[in-house]
Design a protein around this ligand. Structure first.
Ligand code: AHR
Length: 493
């Protein structure tokens, strides 16, 4: 029997709700069709946003949404996306398929989406092909409450009150699609942009997020923090999970994989633990004591696209393997909440490791959606030290722990334990010892299946959470976790 020990008197801090953030880029069928269908669509919508998608996302509780990219962000000129829709300039989405977009989804529409979701906005500014003035104007347009040229323009476009956008990204992947800059060159650009990114109200201060490293490029983090750390609030990190770890060749299928690739995928995703640990240490040392957050604003699985779909649209299926990837990463972020202040899974609808897939007026929830929903009460709770005594499992090339867990306590004293059983075939009897806390009752849910199991438009409820039987024996909480499963155990105060 495996054992989990939760130490209720030890914590590294509060789990920032923004750790459960999402990412929506102008890419494939994410914005257009997946979220925004326009006011005149036959698909039920509120102000152009699909009602089915918004309602599902609300149940998952989205805290923050990053937009408009991604690589797209460094081609985007925000002024093309405001004003009467019929007179907006078009844009060719050069990164993602060369499609022409009509800019009908712009700043006001994004803010309307955030309003409907009840979430914070995180805007990624254009450093690659934009100007400092453009970025500065965008912030003034969104956040200026008094009289100014940009505020007047916003009012003319129908929004009297400022949007008060809190989170602003200073470029995206500037070491790649955002301009192929060196770290030193970018640090200068970052300082220059940050100088003109103003606060327009003492009650709504903005947070400036510098463009951070690709995976294990620790030198990038060190250089940017040393040279621009005094002018920013956070720095980002991008790390994608590829089964093959091969960016040039085949990344592997989303649904057709063997045992070896299953475990190798999980092994690759577990690397996130080392990444946040190491980047956190670099930030601490290079930042000389200044509190600078780590924002993992792109993470998730990346496979070959679904056969027959546009290779530039990054549309992939999502199965139980993805649920485990989500569970592992969210556990890692919870356990590093002293460093990680926000994350944004890539991406929210119809792209990469999506929460939701759509086809015309139909919609399905993915296993990843269910993990976010099962984990949602971690948001804003106090992380608790949680240790899983567990065996290793896997194949020769990829040994992973059988159990992976995190725990937190909310304001009412209720404890949420989330635990994944990574073993493909073996169930795992587990007993959980709660040290330094009493409890009155326990309820649990589990989502389980074979690694390839997924939802389809014909069979939308193939994979979803169900009740899990738990017993209390000798003061310990006991359950049997099915193979390849994710469980959420609520321990009531
Ligand atoms: O999420 C898809 C792409 O991955 C983003 O546009 C880019 O930032 C990253 O390379």
């Amino acid at each position: 029997m495996a054992k989990i020990i939760i130490n209720a008197s030890r914590s590294v801090g509060t789990i920032n709700p923004n750790i459960y953030g999402q990412f929506a880029e102008h890419l494939g069928r994410l914005i257009y069709g997946g979220i925004y269908v326009g006011e005149n669509s036959e698909i039920p919508n509120v102000n152009g946003m699909r009602t089915d998608v918004v309602e599902a996302l609300k149940k998952m509780r989205v805290p923050v949404l990053r937009w408009p990219g991604g690589c797209f962000a460094d081609t985007y000129h925000w002024k093309d996306g405001i004003g009467p829709k019929e007179s907006r300039a078009t844009i060719v989405n050069t990164y993602w398929g060369g499609v022409t977009e009509d800019n009908s989804f712009g700043t006001h529409e994004f803010m309307e989406l955030c309003r409907q979701l009840g979430c914070e906005a995180y805007i990624s500014g254009n450093v690659g092909s934009g100007t400092v003035q453009e970025m500065s104007d965008w912030i003034e347009y969104c956040n200026m409450g008094g009289v100014s040229p940009m505020a007047q323009e916003r009012r003319k476009n129908g929004h009297e009150e400022p949007f008060n956008v809190k989170y602003w990204g200073i470029g995206n992947e500037v070491w790649g699609c955002g301009g192929f800059m060196t770290a030193t060159y970018y640090a200068d650009e970052c300082r220059r942009h940050a100088t003109y990114m103003r606060d327009y109200s003492p009650d709504h201060k903005i947070e400036k997020i510098a463009c951070g490293a690709n995976a294990f490029d620790y030198n990038w983090t060190k250089t940017v923090i040393e040279q621009a750390g005094h002018m920013i609030d956070a720095i980002s990190l991008h790390y994608y999970t590829l089964p093959t770890n091969d960016w040039q060749g085949s990344k592997g299928s989303a649904t057709d994989f063997d045992t070896k690739l299953y475990y190798e995928t999980l092994d690759h995703t577990l690397f996130m633990d080392e990444l946040v640990e190491n980047h956190g240490r670099v930030i601490r040392v290079a930042g000389k004591g200044k509190k600078i957050g780590l924002v993992v604003d792109e993470w998730g699985t990346w496979y070959d696209v679904e056969p027959g779909t546009n290779p530039c649209f990054l549309y992939q299926q999502n199965c139980m393997r993805d649920a485990l990837v989500a569970a592992i990463n969210l556990n890692i972020f919870n356990n590093h909440c002293d460093v990680v202040t926000m994350t944004n899974i890539a991406q929210m609808v119809n792209v990469l490791q999506a929460m939701i897939l759509t086809e015309g007026d139909q919609m399905i929830l993915t296993p990843t959606y269910h993990v976010f929903e099962m984990y949602k009460n971690h948001q804003g709770a106090q992380q608790l030290e949680c240790y899983a005594q567990t065996k290793m499992t896997g194949v020769k090339t990829a040994q992973v722990p059988q159990l992976h867990a995190s725990a937190s306590r909310d304001a009412q004293g209720n404890i949420l334990l989330t635990v994944a059983n990574l073993d493909e075939k073996e169930s795992c009897p587990v007993s959980c010892l709660l040290a330094d806390a009493a409890f009155s009752s326990v309820t649990a849910r589990v989502m389980a299946g074979a690694p390839h199991d997924h939802n389809t438009f014909d069979c939308p409820a193939n994979v979803e959470p169900t009740a899990l039987e738990v017993k209390v024996e000798n003061g310990e909480i006991c359950a049997v976790l099915p193979p390849c499963s994710v469980a959420a155990i609520t321990i009531k105060a």
